[in-house]
Design a protein around this ligand. Structure first.
Ligand code: GDP
Ligand code: IMO
Ligand code: MG
Length: 425
């Protein structure tokens, strides 16, 4: 019997999960998304082509790998159809090749869930979360409130009535907001997309994944967002609405905790965040702007500028603890190529104390990062493909992080393309 390896983000998302899942997918028989929805934007680059996936797992370009959208994911049928249409137009048709299956128990994002998301953010004004406005929060609210519609419901004869009942409830809530909307077009697109997703095989993800394990096949669970956006352990309320941590892979696929194998924790050589909320190491200056420009730090889903800052070791330690990370993956080292000196936050000064953890009151009192200066490598690393070619100062940065974090760095990414990846151990 095999186990499920997990790959997830240790920061605030956009660490490069899509790229690395694609790189690792030849080692796996199944790639499974376990939470989140089209708030995710996972970018892959190979052979001079670039793809952004929102709902479809990032193993989709590998010939032999199956891909599952798990029960913990919330699915917008319109977006999923568009993703599949785009893939088909680029010569990849997972429906024709039978490489994509979808969990019956995954919940559906309705057009009115998006309206509720937008109405709520509008009302919050300057205190808004900075949601991607994909309807994620309201859909998970209906899931836990036991009102939601699931993929499996689409084949029931009374699906339309169930839909109408939920939409009536949403309209009533919307009537309490000063919020104008017109549902006609979106609703037509929704029902067209529902018909389309009926053609994707529906499975019970718990039996499906455990069946792979029983057959001795290899499974990788692909996280979305990042640990610091976790609904329980992130910087609440500036979080998403799912468990982005390893525990989420258990509930989001239907696997027992003792079936978890390796946990790959992925992080950038610096740090970014998109949307509102605390970010202790944020650089609100020309250094931050430099990171944003060199790293092309603009959202894959919404195009918003990402906030940028130095690497945050207390936050990474927290994420490693929560997830049981066994191996680290460091991304975007090349973005730091031009810096004479880079910095790493080792502690925070907070309420007169020096601490090395994320405090509960991080929302109301900004911790001051204690920074350690690290000599830059001043070398273009984007073309290196041997471990021996890694500049000494970059190797020293990695060793420093491994010592602080007490977990080895297994892969190093030096550019967005599949081939710009080095295996260190
Ligand atoms: P994800 O949400 O974790 O999959 O990450 P995103 O795709 O949202 O954001 C990562 C961005 O960085 C994408 O534009 C990737 O193409 C790009 N990227 C990934 N790895 C590297 C790297 O090592 N160097 C550089 N320069 N870009 C990278
Ligand atoms: P990937 O998988 C970065 C952020 C939003 C917002 C907060 C809540 O590409 O790493 P939501 O739409 O979930 O209600 O937004 O979470 N957010 C992400 N930030 N990467 C993501 O996904 C994100 N998904 C949501 O910006 O601050
Ligand atoms: Mg992303």
């Amino acid at each position: 019997m095999t186990q499920v390896d997990v790959l997830l983000g240790l920061q605030w998302g956009d660490e490069g999960k899509g790229k690395i899942v694609d790189v690792l997918s030849p080692q796996y028989d199944l790639i499974a998304r376990f939470q989140g929805g089209p708030n995710a934007g996972h970018t892959l680059e190979f052979d001079g082509k670039k793809f952004v996936l929102n709902t479809i797992p990032s193993g989709i370009f590998n010939e032999k790998t199956m891909n599952l959208i798990g029960n913990g994911v919330v699915i917008d049928p319109i977006i999923l159809k568009r993703e599949l249409d785009n893939l088909r137009a680029a010569g990849h048709d997972p429906i024709a090749t039978g490489k994509l299956v979808i969990a019956r128990k995954a919940h559906l994002i309705l057009p009115t869930h998006q309206l509720l998301d937008a109405a709520n953010e509008q009302r919050m004004g300057k205190d808004k979360i900075g949601s991607t406005l994909k309807g994620i929060g309201p859909t998970y609210m209906d899931k836990t409130g036991r009102n939601g519609l699931r993929v499996g419901d689409t084949t029931l004869p009374d699906f339309k009535e169930r839909y109408n009942k939920l939409v009536e409830k949403h309209k009533e809530i919307l009537s309490h907001y000063e919020f104008e909307y017109d549902l006609t077009e979106k609703e037509a697109a929704f029902f067209e997309a529902i018909e389309f997703i009926k053609s994707i095989p529906h499975v019970d993800s718990e039996h499906y994944v455990n069946g792979f394990l029983k057959a001795g096949k290899k499974v990788l669970a692909e996280g979305a967002q990042g640990t610091l956006l976790d609904i329980d352990f992130g910087s609440y309320p500036f979080v998403t609405s799912s468990n982005t941590t390893t525990a989420g892979a258990c509930t989001g696929l239907g696997i027992a905790p003792n079936k978890i194998g390796n946990v790959y924790g992925i992080f950038k050589a610096y740090c970014t965040r998109v949307g509102g909320g605390p970010f202790p190491t944020e650089l609100d200056d020309e250094v931050g702007e430099n990171l944003r420009q060199v790293g092309h730090e603009f959202g894959a889903t919404t195009g918003r500028a990402r906030r940028c800052g130095w690497i945050d070791i207390p936050a990474l330690k927290y994420a490693i603890m929560l997830n049981g990370v066994t191996e680290l993956i460091m991304m975007k080292a090349d973005v730091l190529d031009g810096f004479d000196t880079i910095y790493a936050c080792t502690h925070y000064e907070h309420n007169g104390e020096t601490i090395d953890y994320m405090p509960y009151d991080i929302i109301s009192v900004k911790p001051t990062p204690v920074l350690k200066a690290i000599a830059g490598w001043k070398t273009d690393v984007t073309k290196i493909n041997k471990v021996e070619e890694i500049p000494a100062n970059l190797a020293a940065y990695i060793t420093f992080l491994e010592k602080e974090l007490e977990v080895p760095v297994k892969y190093l990414s030096v550019g967005p393309d599949r081939v710009q990846t080095l295996e260190l151990i």
